[in-house]
Design a protein around this ligand. Structure first.
Ligand code: ACO
Length: 389
């Protein structure tokens, strides 16, 4: 092999998929041929899950069928229930989810089959259980159990209810549902690729999802949304004395961002491998952050984010990605900062599982080559003679 590798596999087409498509120059995203701008705010996360996992937008009857399956699939098994308190005491949220999904696989009735039917049932259970795992983990670390879910609320409403402990307003549910739809799938992103590589060995769906969860955790991928919030909070803390005056806050943001860029730091929530213009998901998230800033009467984080966006664009020409405004939206919705990446996993579970099914349906082992850059023609010497060299 003489070809030079593409660093980070940039521009390499690593799989064929009918699930999602990105036009990075035009800033467009499609799920199964539907423009994300036509889906966002119009379909529920459950409909989106049906579209990704079951090929099409559901009829009312199909949606009712999936909702019943999701309801039945929510129950956590004995192993997970027995371990969650200890895990919550010792592991950070994404570590815990990696452990808990792995444990859940042992109790899945279809664990030993990769057939299309078994995969479809597992995919629904994984989507149903992920928000419960996050809520159960969050409650356990406070020594409690989550409040009872309300069968009248969907995945978005119940997640907010169980995380915040208060009944969300209808508009909050709509906004969060839209967030889940926006994050559900995104072509060959790092976690989906990891999941497909695992599935392509004919390993099972839970193993693929565990690989994806471990990959989403990193700050260059799903972990960025939490880091965005931490950056905003750090800037506010640094300027605690002046934080009430909006003009002073904006100056403080400008100075802090310029300083970080001067030090060569990356600002989380900016830049993207594929989009060369605005990420279409960021357009919706910016609008939702502004709406929540207005309705909560706390404009601080939205104003700071807007200013940060202006400065990063002026200094680096970079656009915000999906993680940037998601941070303030989740904050305004009352979600704890360290659960932002778990929220991403609640949504992306729909895409991961659909990709694993797609991989299993038309499989070939994923095994690329590498460029060797080490020593050559080394000469072996017996162990006792090596220190003499
Ligand atoms: N802040 C400052 N500079 C940046 C940023 C950023 N957020 N992103 C890219 N750059 C700069 C790099 O320093 C580099 O500059 P150089 O050529 O002078 O060295 C140049 O832009 C290219 O950056 P790469 O990291 O090589 O671009 P790549 O395509 O490999 O990375 C990535 C894309 C990982 C998203 C990158 O933009 C980044 O690290 N962003 C911050 C983390 C983040 O927000 N991740 C979430 C992405 S969306 C998602 O996964 C859900």
């Amino acid at each position: 092999m003489t070809d030079k590798p593409s660093r980070g596999l940039a521009d390499v087409i690593a799989a064929s998929t009918a699930l999602s498509d990105i036009d990075g120059k035009a800033g467009r995203l499609f799920y199964r041929g539907y423009d994300i701008h036509d889906l966002a705010g119009k379909i529920s996360f459950e409909e989106c899950t049906h579209l990704l996992q079951r090929d099409r937008l559901p009829t009312r009857a199909q949606l009712d069928g999936l909702a019943a399956e999701l309801e039945a699939g929510r129950r956590l098994g004995r192993l997970v229930e027995g371990a969650v308190d200890e895990i919550a005491a010792q592991q950070s949220p994404m570590e815990a989810l990696r452990s808990l999904v792995s444990l859940a696989s042992a109790e899945d009735p279809d664990k030993d089959s990769n057939s299309a039917d078994a995969n479809q049932r597992k995919a629904a259970r994984l989507v149903a259980q992920q928000p419960i795992l996050v809520a159960r983990y969050h409650a356990a670390r406070g020594g409690a159990r989550p409040v009872e879910a309300d069968p009248g609320l969907g995945i978005a409403g119940n997640f907010l209810l169980q995380i915040t402990g208060r009944r969300p307003a209808p508009r909050e549910i709509e906004i969060f549902d839209e967030c889940l739809v926006l994050h559900a799938d995104h072509t060959m992103n790092a976690s989906t690729f990891a999941g497909r590589v695992c599935a392509a060995t004919l390993s099972d769906m839970h193993s693929g999802v565990v690989a994806a969860l471990g990959t989403l955790k990193g700050s260059l991928h799903g972990g960025a949304n939490e880091q965005v919030m931490r950056t905003l909070l750090e800037i506010l803390e640094d300027r605690a004395a002046v934080q009430k005056d909006p003009r002073v806050i904006e100056d403080a943001v400008g100075a802090a961002v310029s300083e970080r860029l001067r030090r060569g730091e990356k600002l989380m929530g900016f830049g993207h491998r594929v989009y060369k213009t605005e990420d279409p998901r960021a357009t919706h998230l910016r609008r939702m952050a502004e709406e929540l800033a207005n309705s909560t009467g706390d404009e601080t984080y939205f104003r700071m984010s807007k200013r940060m966006e202006e400065v990063v664009f002026a200094e680096k020409g970079l656009y915000p990605n999906v993680d940037f405004y998601a941070a303030s939206v989740y904050h305004y919705l009352g979600i704890p900062t360290d659960l932002f990446t778990p929220v991403f996993s609640v949504s992306r579970m729909a895409g991961w599982t659909a990709h694993i099914m797609e991989q299993h349906a038309d499989n070939r082992l994923i095994r690329p080559d590498s460029e060797y850059i080490g020593e050559r023609d080394q000469k072996w010497v017996p162990i006792d003679e090596r220190e003499k060299e």
